[in-house]
Design a protein around this ligand. Structure first.
Ligand code: PRP
Length: 184
């Protein structure tokens, strides 16, 4: 961990704060589904830790599915173009789907992903995100369940990365400017 410490600006959410908030979110989600089974879609890679921690507190049957997607910049908002790099294995027609994300930034990924599940005929689609950056929205999108809102700073840890690094930090922190402003 030593080499990380120079790169971290400020810890925004400690391990204990994350643990507590994840349990609270699970309670909200349990109240919503009232024991009905769901398909939990882990949106890779960022949501891996959050999704694993969250679903262990859910009290209904949960099928785990994994998906990897990318959406492209502003010019594709109208077309809502989504590239699916890895798709889920099951048919969601008539099912309840809970999409689990680490962060909603512009909102483009989640709004297009939600539309994709609508097209596939899911009966109910909900989105839970650990973090949301409302100041960065380019499309009008809100998760159904949100862990914390964050300002427009570069956040890493608990699944969130910079250049595929820092995901394994147990807390969420902002990154020092020198890290993302230097070329490596
Ligand atoms: C992040 C995050 C969302 C998306 C949100 O994924 O997990 O999927 O960006 O951004 P948006 O609201 O601006 O569309 P990323 O592409 O960084 O992939 P990763 O989870 O593998 O790190």
């Amino acid at each position: 961990m030593k080499e990380f410490s120079n790169d971290i600006d400020k810890i925004l959410f400690t391990e204990q704060q994350l643990y507590k908030r994840v349990k609270e979110l699970a309670e909200e989600i349990n109240n919503y589904y009232k024991g009905e089974p769901i398909i939990a879609v882990f949106v890779l890679k960022g949501s891996a830790f959050f999704a694993s921690d969250l679903i262990r507190w859910l009290n209904m049957h949960v099928s785990m599915e994994f998906m990897s997607v990318s959406s492209y910049g502003q010019e594709t908002i109208s077309s809502g173009k989504l590239t699916i790099k890895k798709d889920i294995d099951s048919d969601v027609r008539g099912k309840r789907v809970l999409i689990i994300e680490d962060i909603i930034d512009t909102g483009i990924t989640l709004s297009t992903l939600k539309r994709e599940f609508e097209k596939r005929g899911a009966e109910d689609i909900k989105v839970v995100t650990m973090l949301s950056k409302p100041s960065r929205r380019m499309v009008d999108f809100q998760a159904d369940f949100t862990g914390f809102e964050v300002p427009d700073v570069f956040v890493v840890g608990y699944g969130l990365d910079y250049a595929d690094k820092y995901r394994n930090l147990p807390y969420i922190a902002s990154l020092k400017k020198h890290v993302y402003e230097k070329k490596d």
